[in-house]
Every structure is written in structure tokens, then in C-alpha cells.
Design a protein around this ligand. Structure first.
Ligand SMILES: Cc1cc2nc3c(=O)[nH]c(=O)nc-3n(C[C@H](O)[C@H](O)[C@H](O)COP(=O)(O)OP(=O)(O)OC[C@H]3O[C@@H](n4cnc5c(N)ncnc54)[C@H](O)[C@@H]3O)c2cc1C
Length: 441
């Protein structure tokens, strides 16, 4: 295979698959290379794919018998926990029952594989049905550069040539560093370990327990006890007949506090409320993956250079500002925008950074960089110990007193709140946090 491709995409995660779909639909000749046995075999997400970009890639995906996704979200919950209690903000609405859904739960090994099948269908219907490929079980070792411009990739002894390369390698930024778009590894204080168990139930038990109707589903984020004093948070998402239960915990903080992800997950599962929630389920899968904190300060120096674009988490496009982890939607949109830029570059016959800079502009105009820029303060705030320790303890302390009725005169809520604040924080600290919160959200 010594012919030249229009584009080589490295990584068949969400970003790479989205880019491939757009290239196939626009009759581009490309090679998508994935190191895993199949697309999704190496990927872990909680995970909810937010937004409606999926409907752009696979129109009316919800009509398919088994559309790769598990359930649509119409019930959201944010839970604060101390060692005995939980206090939740709970929102459920039939407004979310409408298609295209605003969030669908996915299991990546199933979802990515299904999406790769859709990309293959698009290739089969394109002008390059016999010349574009999805190649799995192959690791890209190097992006080939000539005069600081990408001209292809090397895998083992083989070289493949192309006018452009989309790096969609995810959080491990090996190639991104090799091509000089990032100086170093992302430091450990900007990385979290995500661990997840998939727990199976009888489907009826699951639906009754979480009040699910048809394919409706629930997403629940947890702050406080869940991470045993380590920076991060927990999550629970309902799948068809399983739940995904897990957490993300700061790598540096975990190391300093001498805690392991496995121990923290067990700690989380031993909370009395979580024990009740997961009762009767069987753990059928355990997985772990690194995820970025989404701090803009560790973004690559640039998201493009001659012949190269960075998409998805390779470009550190991720945000965890408290109410959800968002990475898959940003990966999908950036893959789409990246591919559209490559199509324009082919039309102009110019793959230099002069054309590829349009990609950055498109990202800036989209929700991706707008969100990431707008919510940086919230990202920083979420990583302060006050947010994952004092605040959940204070809220649960107040909740316990507020909901307790005994044979003492009932105190006014303001008095109860004041007692809880004094016990777990101070008015001054909370005021500072409140100001920061109001500014950041
Ligand atoms: C525990 C956990 C929970 C999460 N929950 C959510 C959630 O609920 N919602 C959400 O939106 N996001 C969530 N995320 C984040 C989300 O998973 C990522 O942001 C998203 O997967 C990034 O997509 P991507 O395509 O950029 O990278 P990836 O999905 O990581 O894909 C990269 C692909 O590139 C391949 N690859 C890498 N290097 C090479 C190479 N040299 N050669 C060939 N192939 C290569 C990999 O095998 C992989 O398939 C979560 C992450 C974790 C870890």
C-alpha cells in the first residue's frame, strides 16, 4: 500500500471516529489506525455522551434496535455525602424524553465498535470504498515529518503517507509531544485516575430501583465521602441491565495521601446509601483509565501545525466543572471540525498551518472552547479541598438536623445552617467560596 492518503487519523476513539465519518461522507481517502483489537477495546468512560452531535453523525440513531447506546438521560442527580448521609439535588423531567436526546449513556467497548461499523458503512458508500480503511491492532509509533510538516506515519517497519494527519490519540500525548505541539507529559497534578465497575442486575430490578421507564436513564455525580478525602468525585450511570459505578481521583493527591484507586472505590461502595443502591448486583467488569483535569494551563501549545491537527483529549479538550464530566462531546465535535478543515484544505490544495488554523477558529466559535474558557474558574474551584471535603460535610450535617424531628423545640433553619457552618467551615471561608462560585458558574 504505497499510495498516498488525504488523511491518516491516529486513534479510533470518539474524536477519531467522528473525523473518519465526516471524511468518508465527503469522499476523502483516509486511513484510520487504532492500536486496540477493535475500536473501543481500550476505552473507558463513565459515561454519558452529552449534546446532540451523535445525531449529526448517525441521523435518527435512536430508531435503531441496538444503537450502541444504553439509555437516554432524563433524571440527573448531584449528591453530597458525608460518612453516613447523602444530600442530593435531584432533577427529573419528561422534557428530556424528546429526541435528539441531550445525553445518552454509553459503554465504550460497545459504543465505539458500533460507531466504527457506521464509519465502515460510510466508507463502503464513498468513492474510496476500496481505498479507505479502518485498521485495528496497529500502533502508530511516529508521525513522519519533512521540514516540520507531517507527511505520514510509521508503524513498526511500515510507513504510510498522507497529506495530513489527525492525532486523536487521547490523553496519553505521546505523538503530540513527538511532533512538538506539547513540551512534556501532562503533570500528575493535572491528571486523574478513573476507575469503574459495571454491575449487573436483573433488568426489572434495575428499572424498579432507579424508576426507569423504557430506555430512560439516570446520571448521578457524587462529591465528598466518595473519594475518601482525595480530590475528585464519584459517578453512577444506569445502562440497560447494568450500572456503571466509579470515580475519578487526582493522581498526585492520591499518591500524597497514600491511597489506591481500588481502596477508594471500595470505600465509596461501603457507604450505607451506596450499599443499599447496589445491593444484589454482580460485578461483571472492572476498568481504569487516566483522564485529564481539563485545566487549560496544560493544553498543547497549539492545536495544529503544518499537516497536523489535534482532536479530542489529545488536545486536552475536557471539562469537569462539577455537574458532569464532558470529554466525549468535545471529542466528537472537534473530530467533526477537524475533518471539515481537512476537506477545505484538500479543496485549496494547501494543508499548511495557514489553512489548518481555521480549525482553531472553528473550535473557538463552537461550544467546545467557549465552555472550556468560560468555566476554568469552576474547574479550579472544584479541585479545592473545601469543595470535596468541607462543603459536603456541612451540607449533610445541615440535612441531618433539618430532617430530624424529635421532642426538642424545633430550631429555625437559619440557626441550623449557622451551626453547621461553624462546625465544618467558617462564614468567611464560605463567603470567599460563594464569591468564587458565583463568578465561576
Ligand atoms: C472513568 C472515566 C469516566 C469518564 N466519564 C465521562 C463521561 O461521563 N462523559 C464524557 O463526556 N466523558 C467522560 N470521560 C472522558 C472521555 O472518556 C474522554 O474525554 C474521551 O474518551 C476522549 O475521546 P478521544 O477520542 O479524544 O480519546 P479516546 O477515547 O481515549 O481514544 C483514543 C484512541 O486512540 C488510540 N490510540 C492511542 N495512541 C495510539 C497510537 N499510537 N496508535 C494507534 N492508536 C492509538 C487508543 O487506543 C484509543 O482508542 C471519562 C473518562 C474516564 C476515564
Amino acid at each position: 500500500m504505497d499510495e498516498k492518503f488525504d488523511c491518516i487519523i491516529v486513534g479510533a476513539g470518539i474524536a477519531g471516529l467522528a473525523a473518519a465519518m465526516i471524511l468518508a461522507r465527503n469522499n476523502m481517502k483516509f486511513l484510520l489506525i487504532e492500536k486496540g483489537e477493535f475500536a473501543g477495546s481500550k476505552n473507558v468512560s463513565g459515561g454519558v455522551l452529552w449534546g446532540s452531535d451523535l445525531a449529526k453523525l448517525v441521523p435518527e440513531y435512536w430508531k435503531e434496535e441496538d444503537g450502541g447506546w444504553e439509555r437516554f438521560i432524563n433524571h440527573r442527580r448531584l449528591t453530597f455525602m458525608d460518612d453516613q448521609s447523602t444530600f442530593s439535588i435531584d432533577f427529573k423531567s419528561s422534557h428530556f424524553n424528546e429526541t435528539p436526546y441531550s445525553g445518552v449513556v454509553v459503554l465504550r467497548s460497545k459504543f465505539d465498535r458500533w460507531l466504527a461499523g457506521k464509519v465502515q458503512d460510510a466508507i463502503d458508500n464513498s468513492d474510496y470504498a476500496m481505498e479507505s480503511f479502518i485498521a485495528t491492532n496497529i500502533k502508530v509509533d511516529e508521525v513522519l515529518m519533512e521540514e516540520d510538516k507531517a507527511v505520514g506515519i510509521r508503524t513498526g517497519d511500515e510507513e504510510f503517507h498522507a497529506d495530513s494527519v489527525i492525532i486523536a490519540e487521547g490523553v496519553n500525548n505521546l505523538l503530540t509531544r513527538h511532533v512538538g505541539l506539547q513540551d512534556d507529559y501532562v503533570p500528575a497534578d493535572h491528571m486523574l485516575t478513573g476507575i469503574k465497575e459495571v454491575i449487573r442486575y436483573d433488568q426489572k430490578v434495575l428499572e424498579d430501583r432507579f424508576q426507569l421507564d423504557g430506555l430512560s436513564g439516570m446520571s448521578n455525580e457524587f462529591v465528598g465521602f466518595a473519594t475518601d478525602g482525595v480530590e475528585g468525585g464519584g459517578f453512577l450511570y444506569t445502562n440497560r441491565d447494568t450500572i456503571s459505578l466509579g470515580l475519578v481521583a487526582g493522581i498526585k493527591d492520591m499518591r500524597e495521601k497514600e491511597k489506591s484507586p481500588h481502596d477508594i472505590l471500595n470505600h465509596f461502595k461501603n457507604h450505607p446509601v451506596i450499599q443499599d443502591t447496589i445491593k444484589g448486583g454482580e460485578v461483571v467488569e472492572y476498568s481504569a483509565h487516566v483522564v485529564s483535569s481539563g485545566d487549560k494551563r496544560v493544553m498543547p501549545k497549539e492545536l495544529y501545525k503544518d499537516g497536523i491537527l489535534l482532536c479530542g483529549e489529545a488536545a486536552n479538550l475536557l471539562m469537569n466543572a462539577g455537574k458532569a464530566i464532558q470529554g466525549m462531546d468535545y471529542a466528537m465535535r472537534s473530530g467533526i471540525l477537524g475533518a471539515e478543515t481537512i476537506i477545505k484544505a484538500k479543496e485549496k490544495g494547501d494543508y499548511s498551518s495557514n489553512t489548518l488554523k481555521e480549525y482553531k477558529k472553528a473550535l473557538e466559535d463552537s461550544y467546545v472552547l467557549k465552555d472550556i474558557n468560560n468555566f476554568q474558574d469552576a474547574v479550579h474551584m472544584l479541585h479545592s479541598p473545601q469543595m470535596y471535603q468541607d462543603v459536603p460535610n456541612l451540607i449533610c450535617d445541615f440535612g441531618r438536623k433539618f430532617f430530624t424531628i424529635d421532642d426538642e423545640p424545633t430550631k429555625k433553619s437559619r440557626k441550623l445552617m449557622s451551626e453547621s457552618i461553624k462546625k465544618h467551615s467558617s462564614y468567611w471561608d464560605l463567603m470567599k467560596l460563594g464569591f468564587k462560585g458565583a463568578k465561576s458558574l
